[in-house]
Design a protein around this ligand. Structure first.
Ligand SMILES: C[S@@+](CC[C@H](N)C(=O)[O-])C[C@H]1O[C@@H](n2cnc3c(N)ncnc32)[C@H](O)[C@@H]1O
Length: 370
């Protein structure tokens, strides 16, 4: 028998990484709010345009907020300085005020917030706790911690704060299912690796551009929708970059470069930034996929294939958009809208689909009896 649909709202939805994980577990999105048109179009291409509001959350009137069982998504943090205040009326806390407005109106049984790992040290987090202690969210009990996506079957190390707010009894965070070293624990599997997600894709992508196609979504014509090999896009590195990439083994980085290939600033900076010009490894999860994964100078983003003895068996390029999306655990056929830069931003900003799925699977039984 089919499980009953669970109605959910995704706020600050981006391209829908978090929704994708919840949909895998049978949740039904009834509203998504995202003000970046390209991200909203990607969301609409995958989950349908009818429930998407492509606009500022602050302008969504209460009449448009449906009842829902679950609200997912967290307001982006404005900063981590001590200047933030715990007063929800403070204009700097505008996005939190909006989030709380949606909760008080939709009255979800559970809400899930995802945010950067430093979130637990932010003034926004204190504000949330205060609202849950004796403010507008006082019906809700909170559990929170920093989770690593790799511990939930994603082939990527990505640490994120996850908060579960519940008014149907306190809900613990999901137990990890994977570990770097599972030992003899029968409940744990070994971390998934980059090989698991991206081995076997063409090593030499045959395009440097997205296809020239447009789609009408949400009343606008946007580039898209693209999927699979459409976003397996090569870059045009300089001769110097290629020589550098060729020297870097898996797990290595700029410290593997001979002196003549060092840039002047690297020559001066002898320590730190070890990920710069890094090459991934086949046998571990990747590093965190950020919005500029296509720039090897920004992190460990070189393709993992490298052979010490056979230079013809080295893939000297950064990962492609498709590889980054797969490491974020999106399906191969997920559809993307926007320019190359916009799609990279959507990929890097997303919650890994597998992490969202693990949370969805975990909370589902708690909702069953309510
Ligand atoms: C970290 S991303 C969300 C990623 C998403 N949860 C996913 O899994 O794909 C945060 C999103 O909030 C959106 N955003 C920021 N301020 C907003 C506002 N005032 N109204 C609507 N969306 C907003 C940004 O455009 C961005 O796409």
């Amino acid at each position: 028998m089919d499980k009953p649909a669970i109605r959910m709202i995704d706020l600050f939805a981006g391209c829908g990484g978090m929704t994708a994980g919840f949909v895998r577990e049978g949740f039904s999105p009834v509203l998504a709010v995202e003000w970046n048109l390209f991200a909203a179009a990607t969301y609409a291409a995958n989950f349908g345009p009818d429930h998407v509001i492509a606009g500022d959350i602050a302008r969504v009137g209460e009449a448009l907020i449906p009842e829902a069982d679950v609200i997912i998504g967290g307001p982006p943090c404005q900063g981590f300085s001590n200047l933030g205040s715990r007063d929800i009326e403070d204009p700097r806390n505008k996005l939190w005020k909006e989030y709380v407005r949606f909760i008080t109106h939709a009255r979800p049984k559970i809400f899930i917030i995802e945010n950067v790992d430093r979130f637990m040290k932010s003034s926004e987090f204190l504000l949330l706790q205060e609202e849950a202690d004796h403010g507008l969210l006082k019906e809700y009990e909170l559990t929170f911690d920093v989770l690593n996506a790799a511990d939930y079957g994603v082939a990527q190390r990505r640490k994120r704060t996850i908060v579960i707010g519940s008014r149907i009894g306190k809900i613990p965070l999901p137990r990890q299912t994977h570990a770097k070293d599972p030992g003899l624990d029968p409940d744990l599997k070994a971390w998934r690796t980059t090989a698991h997600r991206i081995k076997g894709l063409p090593e030499k992508p045959n395009t440097t551009e997205l296809p020239d196609s447009y789609v009408e979504l949400l009343g606008h014509l946007v580039p898209g929708s693209f999927k699979g090999l459409d976003i397996h896009i090569r870059r045009n590195p300089t001769e110097m970059s290629l020589r550098r990439y060729d020297c870097i083994p898996p797990g290595g980085g700029r410290f593997n470069l001979p002196d003549e290939l060092l840039s002047p600033c690297w020559r001066k900076k002898k320590t730190g930034t070890t990920d710069v010009m890094g090459r991934m490894r086949w046998d571990t999860p990747s590093v965190t996929i950020r919005t500029e994964f296509f720039k090897p100078e920004k992190g460990q983003y070189l393709h993992p294939q490298w052979d010490a003895d056979d230079p013809s068996n080295r893939v000297n390029r950064p990962i492609t958009h498709l590889e980054a999306a797969l490491l974020q655990d999106f399906d191969y056929d997920f559809q993307w809208c926007g320019t190359k830069i916009e799609i990279a931003r959507q990929i890097g900003n997303a919650v890994p689909v597998g992490l969202a799925q693990a949370i969805a699977k975990h909370i589902r039984p708690y909702l069953a009896g309510h």
